[in-house]
Design a protein around this ligand. Structure first.
Ligand SMILES: [Ca+2]
Ligand SMILES: [Ca+2]
Length: 161
């Protein structure tokens, strides 16, 4: 009768389980990296859609009469958006801020347009957390007095004589 040698070549059950365990951890890690990458890709994609909407509105504002831009500035309470608009087809809101580039001088106005929107997994990008265009308590996290976001365009418009 042949005896089964304890030193026979092969893997013990413990070694196999350990290998499966290590493989499992590696796969979970890779899956997390994959999920994270796809989230970043979606954010980048939606950000570029938002940026093109913001740039479109900036072009629209640049076409307006300069006097209308100054009037809009004059009619806006300090720190409030001069106007807001929806970021269709995304779920989001943009805020247009008009300020004097040099305090007290209406000849050069700065236009800043900031977009906040809902990305994947209901993640809100930008400080307008409820996407209503109104700065509610706690939304201005960085305390700079207006909505901040990764999607923003700034431009200056000068008076034409
Ligand atoms: Ca809000
Ligand atoms: Ca802010």
């Amino acid at each position: 009768m042949n005896k089964i040698s304890r030193n026979s070549i092969g893997f013990t059950l413990v070694e196999l389980l350990l290998a499966v365990l290590i493989l499992g951890f590696t796969l979970v890690g890779l899956l997390q990296v994959f999920i994270r990458c796809s989230v970043f890709a979606e954010i980048a994609q939606s950000k570029s859609a938002v940026m093109s909407l913001l740039q479109g509105r900036m072009e629209d504002i640049r076409q307006r009469d300069y006097a209308d831009i100054v009037a809009l500035y004059d009619a806006t309470a300090s720190g409030d958006p001069a106007e807001t608009f929806d970021l269709d087809p995304l779920t989001g809101k943009a805020a247009v801020y008009i300020t004097q580039f040099n305090a007290g001088d209406d000849n050069l106005m700065q236009i800043k347009i900031v977009g906040s929107w809902k990305a994947q997994q209901d993640r809100i990008m930008g400080e307008d957390l409820d996407l209503d265009g109104v700065e509610d308590t706690g939304e201005d996290v960085d305390g700079d007095g207006d909505f901040s976001s990764m999607a923003m365009v700034i431009s200056c418009i000068a008076a034409r004589y």
